[in-house]
Design a protein around this ligand. Structure first.
Ligand SMILES: *[C@@H]1O[C@H](CO)[C@@H](O)[C@H](O)[C@H]1NC(C)=O
Ligand SMILES: *[C@@H]1O[C@H](CO)[C@@H](O)[C@H](O)[C@H]1NC(C)=O
Ligand SMILES: *[C@@H]1O[C@H](CO)[C@@H](O)[C@H](O)[C@H]1NC(C)=O
Length: 203
């Protein structure tokens, strides 16, 4: 009797991760904190940038919705992936200039009026000419989070871009990431021919 009950308990425990995975692939993911605690030899930077454009959400998310395609993000090239695209736990690795990265998707939520996802990266060490991070910045680990949200009854889009970084140079990390966000979303808005939001929803 006891062994049957133990077996039943084990089966219940084993079924929990499967349930979470089914929910995740259906568009709902469990909440995973994007906050990070840096090792004591590293400094933490919190970078938060917001952009608003006159163009419907789908014009942006068409280009940004795939975790395995990061070409929209300043030409970042993904060369290796594991797991299933847009399902938390998937990884992508590749190059950005002379940097190498390997990132794990931690959260992905998609609705008709919003797309949000976050991922964790480790060991992004600079030697890099030709990228926006100065060669003086060594990133030990980081989290990036994006939210694309429909505003003005579907006419415009709010983009919230955040990075949480552990580095040896917090000011350079902050400045570099802000430049990267600015040029990325300016280029993306250009590609979808979106005008800059002036503050009012158009009649
Ligand atoms: C999505 O982007 C592709 C190119 O990446 C383009 O061919 C297609 O027309 C776009 N679809 C929409 C709905 O914007
Ligand atoms: C990553 O992809 C490249 C080419 O796409 C391949 O040569 C290399 O072996 C891959 N690396 C790993 C660790 O899978
Ligand atoms: C990236 O990290 C994941 C998980 O640690 C690993 O399975 C994968 O092989 C790594 N990719 C590369 C190209 O090293």
């Amino acid at each position: 009797m006891l062994s049957t009950r133990v077996l039943h308990l084990l089966l219940c425990l084993v079924s929990i991760p499967a349930f979470v995975l089914v929910e995740a692939s259906g568009g709902y993911s469990p909440y995973i904190s994007s906050d990070i605690h840096c090792d004591k030899n590293a400094h933490t930077s919190f970078i938060s940038n917001t952009y608003k454009y006159y163009a419907p959400l789908h014009k942006f998310t068409n280009l940004t919705k795939s975790f395995f395609d990061e070409s929209w993000y300043d030409g970042t090239i993904v060369s290796n992936t594991t797991g299933i695209d847009n399902v938390p736990g998937a990884t992508r690795a590749g190059g950005y200039g002379e940097y190498h990265f390997n990132e794990t998707l931690t959260m992905y939520t998609s609705h008709p009026d919003a797309l949000a996802y976050a991922y964790h990266g480790k060991g992004f060490t600079a030697s890099g000419a030709g990228v926006n991070f100065g060669s003086s910045v060594k990133l030990y680990s980081y989290v990036e989070a994006f939210r694309f949200e429909s505003i003005c009854g579907g006419q415009a889009t709010l983009i919230d871009a955040r990075a949480y970084a552990c580095s040896d140079n917090p000011i350079a990390a902050y400045d570099s990431w802000t430049v990267l966000h600015d040029l990325t979303f300016t280029a993306l808005a250009g590609r979808v021919k979106a005008a800059l939001f002036t503050g009012d929803c158009l009649g």
